[in-house]
Design a protein around this ligand. Structure first.
Ligand code: HEM
Length: 194
């Protein structure tokens, strides 16, 4: 059994996902900042292509019927189209849509969605940085803007859905693995984008 799960099986899923992927998060955070995405519009363009690779690859998950049953409202949340609009705002070509990731089951997919939705929470900082190079929620930084309900409320609602799932230990383990796979995918996409 996964060490995190074994150590604290009583923790709600969201906390286990966080504990199980926090070192991955920190490495991705450091890699993104190390790539200096807000130093110039040119570097921001590389960041947008990275976001395009990630959000494009997971876009179809937001449409999946089984995942929408588990997480009602999921289909309202994808940010892929906003990333494409950001590229167009900056006069950049929108690359072909990346191949969709195929997590082995819904529980792994939930880990990927945790990674994506959580990234919108940390995006508060990225959004502020993007404003310093002249971008906004209606030009170039649409996909980093807060949800209309506010980032905090939106995140708490998503966490409540995760923590309300009736889920076995094996399924939790699959979700944690899915979150790690998502961060790993992001790390590889980052290296290919900058
Ligand atoms: C420079 C880049 C990044 C910075 C500075 C950053 C920063 C943060 C911060 C400050 C939080 C906590 C926010 C809060 O609790 O109010 C957070 C949460 C989170 N971020 Fe990032 N982040 C970055 C990139 C990413 C990326 C690229 C991903 C995913 C691909 C990601 C996924 C997450 C997730 C899943 C959470 C939620 C953690 C939880 O369970 O509470 N972050 N981030």
């Amino acid at each position: 059994m996964n060490a995190i799960l074994q150590a604290s099986p009583e923790l709600p899923l969201s906390k286990q996902l966080k504990a199980g992927s926090s070192s991955d998060h920190d490495s991705v955070d450091n890699l993104v900042m190390g790539a200096r995405p807000f130093e110039s519009l040119e570097r921001y363009g590389c960041f947008l292509r990275l976001q395009h690779r990630f959000h494009g690859a997971i876009d179809a998950l937001y449409e999946q019927a089984q995942l929408n049953l588990l997480l009602p409202g999921l289909r309202e949340l994808p940010r892929y189209q906003a990333v494409c609009a950001d590229l167009r705002d900056l006069g950049l070509a929108v690359p072909a849509k990346p191949e969709a990731v195929q997590p082995p089951d819904a529980w792994h997919a939930i880990g990927w969605l945790y990674c994506s939705e959580g990234s919108n929470l940390g995006a508060a900082f990225l959004f502020k940085q993007s404003q310093l190079i002249g971008l906004s929620e209606s030009h170039g930084a649409r996909h980093l803007a807060a949800h209309p309900d506010g980032r905090g409320l939106h995140w708490r609602q998503f966490v409540a859905l995760l923590d309300g799932l009736d889920i076995t230990d094996a399924q939790k383990e699959a979700a944690i693995q899915g979150a790690r796979d998502a961060f790993d995918f992001y790390r590889k996409a980052l290296k290919a984008s900058f």
